[in-house]
Design a protein. Structure first.
Length: 299
């Protein structure tokens, strides 16, 4: 549905016109707590984005047509702790690691039951961009964003850091060979934002090749195909190579509320609150799971 221009907070008169109903009917919906609203200094105000989601939630479908159940796949970004957790739950959840943007788009199309995301703002690498992205999508009226971990991201380099890379600037000065991620991957977004902040161009590094996931970057560095790439400390630890920290990011799981209460994802969410989960995160390194399982955003 295309949104009409106007203020984000509507008065009852504006909301009634926006919804094409009588103001009296709107007050009935407010009294029955059936419509999103808030009271400020004695007056009811209705957030327009929430009204859009409310309308979509009640959208009628032809008789016999119900929303398709998504397959039991967690798409989006790769993470060693997430991969371990999905295996540990034995809940029948598969993983499809192809980057935050690809997984997010699959989720919107109903092709995965959840998406693991870590988006970054091009103008501010440290900004928590996950909430900004999902909050701006009207079709996520029934979704929830669950915190999984805060992760250290940085340079993954060969064991012993033979080129003595300590920053993007030193990698640039030494023309170190870059192993990049595909466009749309969260790590690639972070790299673009960091390069922009330091006024560097990706073309200024040595030869650049591409890898599908963080572990692929680590393996290619071990094999001598490149000098550095952007990945998490956990990826470097698992591969036995070195790591130079650059940023801390939020790594979250996006899912529909109805699916969050079903057995497969419930098993995953339950595991995220256990001592075993925290212990494995500690072994991998660079992961803060103190808020794992907490709701970070809901419409």
């Amino acid at each position: 549905m295309q949104k009409r221009a106007g203020p984000l907070l509507l008065t009852t008169a504006e909301a009634a016109e926006y919804l094409r109903i009588r103001e009296r009917k709107l007050y009935e919906l407010i009294a029955e707590r059936q419509i999103p609203c808030t009271k400020v200094t004695g007056k009811w105000l209705l957030p327009r984005p929430d009204l859009d989601r409310w309308l979509l939630a009640g959208m009628a479908r032809p008789y016999g047509v119900i929303p398709a159940e998504p397959p039991p796949i967690v798409g989006g970004s790769h993470d060693p702790l997430l991969q371990w957790a999905l295996s540990e739950t034995r809940a029948g959840l598969a993983i499809l690691p192809e980057g935050s943007q690809a997984g997010y788009q699959r989720f919107l199309r109903g092709e995965v039951v959840a998406a693991a995301i870590h988006f970054h703002d091009l103008d501010d690498p440290e900004k928590d961009a996950n909430i900004d992205i999902v909050a701006g999508e009207a079709t996520l009226y029934d979704a929830v964003l669950i915190g999984f971990a805060q992760r250290e991201q940085g340079l993954v380099v060969a064991r012993g850091n033979p080129l003595q890379l300590t920053s993007l600037a030193t990698a640039h000065a030494k023309k170190a060979r870059l192993i990049a991620r595909p466009e749309g991957a969260g790590a690639q977004q972070l790299l673009a934002a960091l390069l922009r902040r330091e006024c560097l161009q990706i073309s200024g590094f040595g030869d650049t090749i591409e890898a599908a996931t963080g572990p692929d970057i680590a393996q290619m560095i071990r094999a001598g195909h490149g000098d550095w790439g952007i990945a998490t400390r956990a990826v470097a630890t698992a591969a036995g190579i070195d790591f130079v920290p650059l940023a801390v990011e939020h790594f979250d799981l996006l899912m529909r509320q109805r699916d969050a209460f079903r057995a497969p994802l419930q098993k995953l969410l339950k595991l995220m609150g256990t001592a075993a989960f925290a212990a494995h995160a500690s072994e991998l390194g660079g992961l803060d799971v103190s808020a794992a399982g907490c709701v970070r955003w809901a419409p």
